[in-house]
Design a protein around this ligand. Structure first.
Ligand code: CUA
Length: 333
């Protein structure tokens, strides 16, 4: 390898990193059937473009090398020259671009079609909110937020809509994006090849905290998924200890209950996420901060710090009320 190549490597890596390639939202690392077709199309189109670019560069270079010569490199007269120009300059691009166009149309038509009726075994409803995702499962009482569990290898239908402005739901490794539009339902297929966590992001500007609106799909073995769903469908657990009990009372007495739901209790607000099983989630505020004691405490004390502009106000609590509430929320498994 020459020195130039060695020097070009880190530069190329840096360029790709700056361009946002790689990571866990990489459309070119497909982990679901529809995304394989989309990434194949990308590679073929890209390969076609690079070949075309290389041929043009090669011809320009040849022209420069022979800048003082008037005859063609392989012999022949002006007529041959005209045929070459028309053939390489018009006919070849026309055929190649038409083929790519037709093929990409076929892939786009196929990949944008909603899943056929009866082709999926599970329906998940995703409802966009400023700035989080409500997640519901057909045939189950389960309601959660921002983290969508699905069984691996099972075709899942997502039906998406919104509660306020237009959002766009996109899990790049699993499929294309769908817009979540007021008063409309759009459908999408999610089918993960293997167990894993697939990150996504709202991809339609939806206000101040658009950048803090991530969605995570967690694909797990069907048995683990069923156990998870069964737990999610249950009402909020009854407080076991004295702290928990007081924490629940604080929750119900304070404005928390007006905005959040705790299934099985008097708290039935629908402004913020359903908190019935908050303790099982990995993150808070739609992927903005991890769900641990420190961050949960920070979030309740000053919700506008991590995610300015969200609808949650800071609630005035005494020190004891605060720690009881925290203990109770963390116990909601
Ligand atoms: Cu929701 Cu951008």
């Amino acid at each position: 390898m020459t020195r130039l190549t060695l020097r070009a490597f880190p530069l190329a890596a840096l360029t790709l990193a700056l361009a946002g390639c790689g990571g866990n939202q990489n459309t070119l690392a497909p982990k679901g059937k529809p995304e394989h077709a989309i990434s194949h199309l990308w590679w073929w189109t890209m390969t076609g473009a690079w070949i075309g670019f290389a041929v043009v560069c090669g011809l320009l270079f040849l022209g420069w090398l022979r800048r003082n010569r008037t005859e063609l490199p392989f012999g022949g007269d002006d007529k041959v020259g005209t045929v070459l120009v028309i053939g390489l300059g018009v006919a070849v691009p026309l055929v190649v671009l038409s083929l790519l166009f037709i093929w990409s149309d076929i892939v786009v038509l196929r990949s944008t079609a909603a899943p056929a009726h009866g082709s999926t075994r599970l329906t998940v409803r995703v409802i966009g909110h400023q700035w989080w995702w409500e997640v519901r499962y057909d045939g189950s009482k389960a309601v959660t937020a921002n983290e969508i569990h699905i069984p691996t290898g099972v075709p899942v239908q997502v039906i998406g809509t919104t509660n306020d402005v237009i959002h766009s739901f996109w899990i790049p490794q699993l499929n294309r994006k769908i817009d979540l539009i007021p008063g409309r339902s759009n459908r999408l297929l999610l089918e993960a090849d293997s167990d894993g966590t697939y990150e996504g992001h709202c991809s339609e500007f939806c206000g101040l905290q658009h950048a803090h609106m991530t969605a995570t799909v967690i694909a797990e073995p069907p048995a683990a998924f069923r156990a998870w769903l069964e737990n999610m469908a249950k009402p909020a657990r009854t407080p076991a200890g004295a702290d928990d009990k007081r924490g629940r009372e604080v929750f119900l007495a304070q404005p928390c209950a007006a905005c959040h739901r705790l299934r099985g209790s008097a708290a039935n607000g629908d402004v913020g996420p359903d908190l019935t099983h908050l303790g099982t989630r990995r993150t808070l505020a739609a992927g903005t901060i991890p769900n641990d004691t420190e961050h949960l405490a920070g979030w309740i004390a000053d919700p506008q710090h991590a995610k300015p502009g969200n609808k949650m106000p800071a609630v005035q609590l005494t020190g004891a009320e605060f720690s009881d509430l925290l203990a109770y929320l963390e116990s909601l498994k």
